[in-house]
Design a binder for this molecule. Sequence first.
Ligand code: IMP
Length: 210
Amino acid sequence: MPRALVLATGNPGKLAELLRGLEPLSREGIIELLTPSSFPSVPFPPETGSSYRENATAKAQWWACRTGRLALADDSGLEVAWLAGAPGVHSDSWAGPGASSMDKNRRLLEALHGAADRRAVFRCCLALAWPDGRLCHFEGACEGTITERARGRNGFGYDPLFQVLAPGRTLAELDPEDKDRLSHRGRALGALRRLLESEPEAIEGTRGCG
Ligand code: IMP
């Protein structure tokens, strides 16, 4: 019987990437993937932490505790050199409550108007929480630059403005599989996948997972 894992996110773009990244483990019978839609009475938690790790941990523990299942949560953000690392952990909310991806991208372009340095890094922290309180983390980063205009139609969020150093295309211009290979989330998921493929017993808790 594979162990059930709740993908604890309400962001459809993230959910699609988590499902893609963990599909091989589900195919191998190591885990059964569940989404928040299987638990309609569980609300999404507020996000109040001051680091990706703190937020990812709080979200994963919230879902593990309320569903009695293993839960995986993502917290991520875009750090822009010219903005001294902003919007960072506030990437979701910095353009105001209810702002769309287009609003956020517009705000980012305005903030970088005339900027001499357009370097940026995407960061992701994944937290895996067990209902018994055990916890582990996986991290990934992706370096790039902020373009002067949006390019591409794939992905979500800031993807149309984030150009990856190589191959010099925005994340929104890449096929999903190529984004997964290069992105902050893809890298963090790779670390989780490698652990569970090499030590599937880690998921049962007989081995630590760093
Ligand atoms: P949070 O992790 O829920 O706080 O949200 C992070 C925010 O960062 C998202 O809502 C997006 O705006 C942005 N973000 C995180 N990862 C990505 C990505 O892979 N592509 C584009 N935007 C992202």
